[in-house]
Ligand binder design. Structure first.
Ligand code: ZN
Ligand code: ZN
Length: 285
């Protein structure tokens, strides 16, 4: 809730005119408690995982030779029932784990210093904070994921996420509840170290969730805007991790490729890419 009664009060307090984004933010948030604003995280999570995988689901139902060019494991065909089962698995993790966790962690988000008031952050502040959040999370997640492939951890916890050797977008968050909580702490590392505005935090969660759906979609499109992000692994990188399955010691980082390159855990993947390239060249001859 903002500490101003009117827009004029906010203008006087900031000592300047509000930008259009700040006026809109004032109108949206002035009468909402911080608790309600922090609860938006669960709402975004639900909406994104319900809507964003739908185009991939339609593609899967319309499978043809043209579409198969972009399917990472073209031998795998999912029926409508398979995909509805994937959505059921999303609800299985959302309702008893994500929803209560996000609702009960609202005070934590406030305590780590995420602010909800005015002024809004500048575009450069948002950009640099997002970059820091993604780099920190990628690094933390790399090690947690690598650890989760040790025998005990894998058998007790991580194998739930590996139920799908050819994943679909709906099952991106499908995991053991303990893995979800541990993974969530990696997501919070960046905002804890460099706390920012809730708008930046929302953007971070939305982009992270969209990235997770894309990397589990089973499709790789050459025109995807994510291809322009340096070191971005994308669907092809993470799909390989699922394809190899529990015994894999490859492609642990969730977003970028450099951790696996630096620590030598992408050798199998690179060998496969090299093999595919050579095969394509031979076909062209
Ligand atoms: Zn794994
Ligand atoms: Zn996965």
């Amino acid at each position: 809730m903002l500490p101003y009664e009117t827009l004029e009060d906010a203008t006087v307090s900031l000592g300047r005119n509000l930008t259009l984004a700040e006026i809109l933010w004032f109108q949206y948030s002035a009468r909402k408690s911080d608790y309600i604003l922090f609860c938006h995280n669960a709402l975004f999570f639900f909406i994104l995982y319900t809507i964003f995988p739908l185009p991939y689901m339609i593609l899967e139902l319309m499978r043809s030779e043209k579409i198969d060019k972009y399917k990472l494991q073209p031998n795998v065909k999912n029926s409508l029932a398979d995909m509805l089962d994937g959505y059921r698995k999303f609800l299985y993790i959302f309702l008893p784990v994500v929803l209560p966790l996000q609702i009960f962690s609202c005070s934590t988000l406030k305590n780590i210093g995420i602010r909800t008031g005015l002024p809004l952050p500048s575009r450069s502040e948002i950009f640099w904070q997002l970059l820091v959040y993604f780099v920190i999370e990628d690094y933390a997640h790399y090690w947690l994921h690598r650890l989760s492939h040790h025998k005990w951890f894998y058998e007790k916890i991580h194998q739930v996420h590996h139920e799908y050797t050819a994943p679909i977008g709906f099952v991106a968050p499908y995991a053991h509840w303990a893995e979800f909580i541990i993974g969530g702490s990696a997501t919070l590392c960046g905002p804890m170290l460099v706390p920012g505005h809730i708008i930046t935090f929302w953007l971070y969660l939305i982009l992270r969730e969209m990235e997770s759906i894309e990397t589990h979609s089973g499709y790789d499109f050459p025109w995807s805007p994510t291809k322009y992000i340096p070191f971005y692994g994308g669907a092809v990188f993470h799909d390989y991790h699922h394809f190899v399955g529990g015994k894999t010691q490859s492609n642990f980082a969730p977003m970028f490729t450099y951790c696996d390159y630096i620590y030598g855990t992408d050798k199998g993947y690179r060998y496969m890419k090299k093999f595919e390239k050579t095969r394509e060249k031979l076909k062209e001859k």
